[in-house]
Design a protein around this ligand. Structure first.
Ligand code: GLY
Length: 396
């Protein structure tokens, strides 16, 4: 009798537990389905956006809903075709590929653009990402021509590629940490052509940046200005950060991604070390919020009321999937997956808004009060790249 009574209680508890669990499972399944369909709606907004060589979408004002559009020469223009290439790879839906081909063609004339280091972003995120998706000979030629244009900006006294042509009253030879990202174009150009010159310039640039851009705590300055005769450092400062000694979140992200990528091509251990040191600085920062999305600058005194920068989190999330593959340090993948979970939520996915964007809350240029806390095309690009890297990570 006693045994039967207790058996009854145990069975009761077990069925209660199973019922709760299946309730939770179906609730979670509903949330996942809900988010998947929200994402699908956003993806299709990119597809449905009318192709126009003069109207590459860059960002959208969350207040006025006005979409900022540019011709191909804006530094951000390669990200929209690149996002379509990533969507094609993520969804395997040919419609995205067709649209990506159409938009990528509009970028081609920028292969001759030697007026800014951004040729790397413009051509590599469009043609380079396309080449990774479908291996096209014509795309290789464009990458090669663009690498020739970018190489013209290399100064051998400095050992770096010049970033900007503007601001001659402020700088003599400004090199920004963002410029690390453009080395992928050069490394690939050597792989394509067999001509080692591009690889050599990329290595020199990475070495010079390694020597001068990092602080003792392994955060990075935004801008280092050089003397072009002696190659010495004239000044270290910021352009888009809170102040010269602050840590602009996207700058840290470019450094982590840039040195991880440079390690991929060189296997140079000091690059891997720098990527890890700056990643650790970023991940352990007391001002990195629990959900993984940084404020636009780690030193904004307005924290916790400062704007976030989704783009920085997406760049780091994507980079850390790669860094994990070299180090097998789980903390990298834990961060990347946390960021993707956070971003795949109603807080960050744009809802009920027109415009070819996926995520809200990136911050472009806070000191200029420009593109604050809204959708920006490179936030979407690196989010999609991180999603693709996660998909591959899971299938491995
Ligand atoms: N490369 C410019 C920026 O990150 O805003």
């Amino acid at each position: 009798m006693f045994k039967i009574k207790y058996l009854g209680i145990i069975i009761g508890c077990l069925s209660f537990f199973v019922a709760c669990k299946s309730n939770n499972t179906s609730k979670n399944e509903m949330i996942t389905a809900d988010i998947d369909s929200l994402l699908e709606i956003r993806y299709r907004k990119l597809l449905e956006y009318r192709a126009d060589s003069l109207a590459f979408p860059r960002s959208m004002s969350t207040k006025t809903k006005v979409i900022r559009k540019n011709g191909s020469k804006d530094w951000t223009s390669g990200f929209f075709p690149g996002s379509l290439w990533l969507l094609y790879q993520l969804t395997e839906n040919m419609e995205y590929m067709e649209k990506a081909i159409e938009w990528t063609a509009f970028m081609e004339k920028e292969k001759y653009n030697d007026r800014s280091h951004d040729t790397g972003f413009m051509i590599y995120c469009s043609f380079g990402t396309g080449h990774k998706a479908i291996e096209k000979k014509e795309y290789q030629n464009v990458i090669l021509e663009a690498a020739r244009s970018l190489s013209k900006r290399f100064n051998k006294n400095v050992g770096s590629i010049l970033s900007w042509d503007f601001g001659k009253d402020l700088w003599e030879f400004p090199v920004i940490i963002d410029n690390m990202m453009n080395l992928e174009l050069l490394f690939e150009a050597t792989k394509i052509s067999g001509d080692s010159i591009y690889h050599q310039l990329a290595v020199q640039h990475a070495n010079t940046t390694l020597e001068n851009h990092f602080r003792v705590d392994n955060s990075t300055y935004h801008v280092v200005d050089y003397d072009t005769i002696h190659g010495t450092v004239r000044n270290k400062m910021t352009h888009q950060g809170f102040n010269d000694e602050s840590s602009w979140a996207r700058g840290q992200a470019w450094a982590i991604y840039g040195y991880t990528m440079a390690y991929r091509y060189t296997k140079e251990i000091s690059y891997l070390n720098q990527a890890e040191l700056t990643a650790t600085y970023y991940l352990k920062h007391k001002n990195l919020p629990e959900d993984g999305i940084p404020y636009w600058d780690f030193a904004d005194p307005n924290i916790p009321n400062a704007p976030r920068d989704v783009s920085a989190s997406a760049i780091v999330a994507s980079a850390l999937f790669e860094l994990y593959s070299y180090t097998e340090n789980k903390k990298y993948v834990v961060y990347s997956q946390k960021v993707l979970e956070t971003l795949k939520s109603k807080k960050y996915i744009l809802e009920n808004k027109e415009g070819p964007f996926i995520l809200d809350s990136s911050t472009g240029n806070w000191p200029a009060n420009d593109e604050i806390d809204g959708p920006i095309v490179y936030g979407d690009y690196y989010f999609l790249e991180a999603m693709l890297r996660e998909k591959r990570f899971k299938s491995n």
